[in-house]
Design a protein around this ligand. Structure first.
Ligand code: ZN
Length: 315
């Protein structure tokens, strides 16, 4: 299958971020905490190879990076500027979208966008469209843009964790995936999660057998990430998504009952983490969202407790 060509180089998907060594410059950092940091998207046109131009143009036209940047600029008081560079001029060894350890620069290599676009084209051609995913977006450009929105959400999750020095109770990579779900499900609906699930599923198939390297990665294995994306989406509105996701066989029945509480935890977790860092103009709305998320977590945990015996014995 031609699928291996594009997916091969995508396997790392952020693995090259150098996550093992996260260090802050610390002392002498006088602008820390001023809350005036902005996210800007920069397309370095002179550092985009001709063969990657099409993928970059399609992404730019979609405006997905800008939409996400706007949300941060409206909602979160960043201590430092965050520059998102779509550029071929990347640090040595960078092949995927990556966030620098200080959370102030995200690199998105044009070659990476071409690879996403190629996998997206392959998915549009060879995968049966899930009924939940809109027919008019089931094409290479839209699938690439939507999954890039999700992937950018992941990188932004890293940037927020690092700039705000958020307390983390698990692996940073899981939290970054969690932010991608939290942000896109709340702000853009189901399409980015679904597109990312289809792209990552294609990548997982191309990866083939699990290797020691894959299992020891700081990321969950790729196929597992697919189910995590679908689980959070399902849990965000099970009445709406159980039919097309669980009924149609995309999310296993064994996992689905755990998802409403998992989503409630994630939603409450991110709103609570972001709450002390909300911009003045967004504070009232953000506080309200946090309060609702907390009420929902309490309700979902209670509901989960009530059906737990049935879930355990029904497996
Ligand atoms: Zn990552």
């Amino acid at each position: 299958m031609a699928r291996t060509i594009a997916a091969g180089a995508l396997l790392a998907l952020g693995m090259a971020a150098g996550l093992a060594v996260v260090s802050w410059t610390g002392s002498g950092d006088t602008d820390a905490g001023d809350g005036e940091g902005r996210v800007t998207i920069v397309y370095e046109d002179d550092a985009i190879a001709p063969q990657d131009r099409r993928a970059v143009d399609a992404l730019r036209k979609s405006g997905v990076l800008e939409k996400t940047a706007d949300w941060v600029n409206t909602s979160v008081a960043l201590p430092h500027d965050l520059v998102v560079k779509v550029t071929g001029k990347v640090p040595p060894g960078v092949t995927d979208a990556v966030t620098q350890p200080d959370g102030r620069t995200i690199y998105i290599p044009p070659r990476f966008l071409t690879q996403v676009q190629e996998v997206a084209g392959d998915v549009a051609k060879s995968v049966k469209r899930p009924a939940l995913f809109p027919a008019d977006k089931f094409n290479a450009d839209d699938l690439a843009a939507l999954s890039t929105r999700f992937i950018f959400g992941h990188e932004l999750g890293h940037a927020l964790q690092r700039q705000l020095q958020l307390p983390n109770l698990g692996l940073e990579e899981d939290a970054a995936d969690g932010f991608a779900s939290f942000h896109t499900v709340n702000e853009a609906g189901p399409d980015p999660s679904l597109a990312a699930a289809m792209i990552f599923d294609a990548i997982a198939r191309a990866e083939g057998e699990l290797t020691l390297e894959g299992l020891s990665s700081d990321h969950p294995v790729t196929q597992q990430r697919v189910f995590n994306f679908l689980c959070y989406l399902d849990g965000s509105d099970p009445k709406k998504f159980d039919g097309p996701l669980v009924g149609d066989g995309y999310l296993p029945k064994t996992r689905a009952p755990l998802c409403p509480q998992a989503w409630a935890m994630l939603d409450h977790g991110w709103w609570t983490q972001l709450q002390p860092h909300l911009r003045e103009g967004f504070k009232a709305q953000g506080d309200q969202r946090q309060k609702e998320a907390r009420a929902r977590l309490i309700a979902e945990t209670k509901a989960f407790e009530e059906k737990l015996d049935r879930i355990r014995t029904g497996r």
